[in-house]
Design a protein around this ligand. Structure first.
Ligand SMILES: Nc1ncnc2c1ncn2[C@@H]1O[C@H](COP(=O)(O)OP(=O)(O)OP(=O)(O)O)[C@@H](O)[C@H]1O
Ligand SMILES: [Mg+2]
Length: 258
């Protein structure tokens, strides 16, 4: 029996400019199943962030349909946790104050209490920074705080738009280890945008490659990552990993060189 996807996109097209002849996204279909980690890669400007805004309900498709748990979901805003490309922490609120925001926005039946947020701050390596302001934190710490705030929404599906894009290689490595452990503990479903192919392979069960505007007709490509879990960095140097990376590089190059 096929399990219903948490989210599914059916032939979704989108254009910001209704008068434009071509769409930013054209007839795209994809899905994510419970507990899965899937990445989305593609050239800059291919529409990855737009795709997340559509999923989160900030935008509506020009054509096609988005379903949650198999049902059409035109009112999906607030039902999916979304961490935008910029961390968007409020500079005038403390780290604790920022992480409490989802509690204030969901007055009835919030998913977390302040005590639980304090516990999570410790787990996220932010103990002692509850009363600090975002500009007093390092890049990695800010990303963890923004991620914590995304988690506190209590939603099952997390959309993370290049959460580690601005971090140096070593910090990123630490964040990968941390995210993989957290993901396996929490059982959340994650969709993750990245430009970093090694990151996509290390973290994901599946990778979607978004076509560039010039290759719209090709549609979305789906690549399964069959590497065993738990994953760790040493796998980067194993033949299966290298083969996957070469395959992704070739596909991406074919997309961007036309
Ligand atoms: N609010 C907007 N109004 C008009 N056009 C927009 C808007 N936001 C994005 N675009 C355009 O839509 C296209 C896709 O943008 P998007 O931000 O989704 O790309 P992306 O794949 O996330 O790029 P990057 O990898 O650089 O983050 C780009 O051509 C961009 O200029
Ligand atoms: Mg983007």
């Amino acid at each position: 029996m096929r399990i219903t996807a948490i989210i599914s996109l059916h032939q979704v097209s989108y254009t910001y400019d209704k008068l434009a002849e071509t769409s930013i996204l054209s007839s795209l279909s994809l899905q994510a199943h419970s507990g899965e980690f899937a990445s989305i890669i593609g050239a800059s400007g291919s529409g990855k962030s737009t795709l997340f805004k559509l999923m989160a309900g900030l935008l509506q498709p020009s054509l096609g349909e988005i379903r949650l748990h198999g049902k059409p979901a035109p009112n999906r805003l607030g039902k999916i946790a979304y961490m935008p490309q910029k961390d968007l922490l409020l500079p005038w609120r403390t780290i604790l104050g920022n992480c409490q925001l989802p509690l204030e926005l969901t007055c009835s039946n919030p998913h977390y209490t302040t005590i639980q947020i304090m516990e999570l701050l410790e787990r996220f390596g932010l103990a002692g920074y509850e009363q600090a302001y975002p500009d007093e934190l390092s890049g990695g710490m800010r990303q963890r705080a923004a991620f914590l705030r995304t988690l506190v929404t209590g939603q099952e599906l997390l959309l993370l738009d290049e959460p580690f894009g601005a971090l140096d290689a070593m910090t990123k490595r630490g964040m990968h280890k941390w995210l993989l452990e957290l993901w396996s503990d929490l059982g959340k479903t994650v969709l993750f945008i990245t430009h970093d192919l090694e990151e996509a392979i290390l973290l994901s069960d599946r990778i979607y490659l978004l076509p560039s505007a010039a290759n719209e007709a090709q549609g979305m490509q789906e690549i399964v990552v069959p590497l065993p879990r738990p994953r760790h960095y040493e796998q980067n140097y194993e033949p299966d990993f290298i083969k996957l990376r070469q395959d992704l590089e070739r596909r991406l190059h074919a997309q961007t060189s036309n």
